[in-house]
Design a protein around this ligand. Structure first.
Ligand code: NAD
Ligand code: TYD
Length: 343
């Protein structure tokens, strides 16, 4: 199989590329990635010399660049996206461009060039806040952040291309993922790297929000299974059933690093912050997927990686990211200043 992996230089995409090359000897992988702040060639350094792997620098919104790499590909797995909810609140436009317009460019190329399978890596955030119970795939999409709205829009285009043009589309709706190589703006790597430096762990609002944590290798295995065995036109929830409050995750990280809980610092809440996500994963389990990592193992492996790989994250935290980090907290305070906090 010749596989195009868009966004393969990011967190989950790079693990997926490594996973496919390791487990499928017949597969050749082309990565198309724009290398935004979140893309990092170092994530793929260990496969760079594999003759079955090729990297192309390019934007999924650029139809000519996309056409060139889609030529000859059997399947596309799209990881390329703007991915951080806080950034989507500060600058929604970038999300509409890559996460919506970019998907349309990819779908068009796939349709015209007769690609056999198109898998969109989507998110549990498309369901919006889940106060009780767990979302099944048929549940309505009720996105509440600009990020989630852009990912839900992409899924609607996927559905339209399946129904209208018969393109064999698939979507995975993964839950919050943790593991090595995650950009330290997301909660887990931010908390770990701040704790290593004895810096405060910023907890939004009361910290009682619930996320369902999934180890990156389990996420990759699920994507591979859906790519190979999923039913065209369908979406599949991917979650390991590790629902945890943010405060509990922060405390676990501090305990693993031997740091005091006094580093926990409550800061103003994220506007429109979803309280809880929860997935019913019967559908993907029926395909044969099971998570291999429990939460404790997943978190311990992740903490160990950040402790051992300071050379990966220190340059990130001292550069462009630092300006964003400071601005994020200033802007959240400004956004929330005139009104009382909303749920
Ligand atoms: P990431 O932010 O680490 O990486 C995104 C990658 O996409 C980067 O390499 C970036 O350079 C590339 N990219 C961005 N815009 C591009 C463009 N216009 N053209 C080409 N490349 C572009 O993201 P991630 O956390 O690895 O997430 C990957 C996918 O999985 C995303 O689609 C995200 O919505 C989805 N997802 C993530 C999580 C999570 O917890 N991280 C959970 C569920 C689903
Ligand atoms: P995040 O990793 O940004 O993922 P998402 O918003 O896509 O779920 O955040 C995970 C949870 O942690 C979410 O409820 C927001 C919260 N959070 C904090 O409390 N403090 C932080 O500094 C960040 C980045 C997130």
């Amino acid at each position: 199989m010749r596989l195009l992996v868009t966004g393969g230089a990011g967190f989950i995409g790079s693990h997926f590329v490594r996973w496919m090359l390791a487990h499928e000897p017949e597969t050749r992988v082309v990565v198309l990635d724009k290398l935004t702040y979140a893309g990092n060639p170092a994530n793929l350094a260990d496969v760079a010399r594999d003759p079955r792997y090729r990297f192309v620098l390019g934007d999924i919104c650029d139809a000519a660049a996309v056409d060139a790499v889609v030529a000859g590909c059997d399947a596309i797995v799209n990881f390329a996206a703007e991915t951080h909810v806080d950034r989507s609140i500060l600058d929604p436009e970038a999300f509409i461009r890559t996460d919506v317009v970019g998907i349309h460019v990819l779908l068009e190329a796939a349709r015209r060039q007769g690609v056999r399978r198109f898998l969109q890596v989507s998110t549990d955030e498309v369901y919006g806040d889940v106060a009780v119970g767990s979302s099944q795939e048929e549940a309505p999409l009720r996105p509440r952040s600009p990020y989630a709205a852009s990912k839900a829009s992409a899924e609607l285009f996927l559905q339209a291309y399946h129904v209208t043009y018969g393109l064999a589309t698939l979507a995975t709706r993964g839950s919050n993922t943790l593991g090595p190589n995650q950009y330290p703006e997301k909660a887990v790597p931010l908390f770990i790297t701040n704790a290593i430096d004895d810096q405060p762990l910023p907890i939004y609002g009361d910290g009682r929000q619930v996320r369902d944590w999934l180890y990156v290798e389990d996420h990759c295995e699920a994507i591979r299974l859906v790519l190979e065995r999923g039913t065209p036109g369908e979406a599949y929830n991917v979650g390991a059933g590790n629902e945890r409050e943010n405060l509990a995750v922060a405390r676990d990280i501090l305990r693993l690093l031997g740091k005091p809980e006094s580093l926990i610092q409550h800061v103003p809440d994220r506007p429109g912050h979803d309280r809880r996500y929860s997935l019913d994963t019967s559908k993907i389990r029926a395909l044969g997927w099971r998570p291999r990592y429990d939460f404790e193992t997943a978190l311990a492996r992740t903490v160990e990686w950040y402790v051992a790989n300071e050379h990966w994250w220190r340059p990130i935290k001292s550069g462009e990211y630092r300006a964003y980090y400071l601005r994020n907290y200033q802007d959240r305070e400004r956004l929330l200043a005139p009104q009382p906090r909303r749920a």
